[in-house]
Write a protein that binds this ligand. Sequence first.
Ligand code: MG
Length: 265
Amino acid sequence: MTKNLRLKNRDDIRGIYRSGQVTAELLAELSRRAEPGVTTGELNRFAEEFIAAHGAQPAFKGYNGFPASICASVNQEIVHGIPREDRILEQGDVLKLDTGVVLDGYVSDAARTVIVGGGEVPAEVLRLLEATQMALDDGISRMRTGNLLNRVSSAISERIRSAGFKVIRDLTGHGVGFSLHEPPVVHNYPVPEGGVFRLVNGLVLALEPMASLSCEEILLGEDGWTYATVDGSTVAHFEDTVAIVHGHPVVLTRRDDGAEALKRI
Ligand code: MG
């Protein structure tokens, strides 16, 4: 068992679920607002108001010094894009929105990829988004007690590779709930430590496959935060916070799971 692993009881998971519903609703609102002409700075300001109005706190702002409440990463940018008032979204931009909130001490973390303005994009970009979302769903479906963590990681990497895309290897998912990043690290491909870590009830993970059209190498930008692909190829990123309850996965950061998920916790 990984050192410092902190499992969650049912009250904790209900708390993370309530936090996760604020994150899910916020991502839906941000996705709707990501229109051509809008700046990523405006989206961040909306997020700050939304989070405060829900009695929550931003999980990202101030984390290791991160200056904003959302990450907004465009096209070849993968994660940790800093929102800016001069970053104007254009039709067809592939925007990764990543955010998290703290509600009553419980942390949730999720991300969506949207095409700005629903504009025309190459078919392979649509396929990339679809494959990355499916990789997340495949990983979630393997979150069952008794499975090794590598079952989750392999499901993610196999889906992305079989669709002909590249797994971003140097960025990972993680435990979440009491703080933003907890053990274990969840790689998006199988690793030796994932071959000895067995999944148990009360585990809460943020799964977050990241995939690109043609490149797995990453580059840190001059702002010290934004990661992008070395070859400039487009990236997709989807993330959900997921608990294992009664042996099975329950997604805590999707609205459509809603009351149904709560019944299962
Ligand atoms: Mg995360």
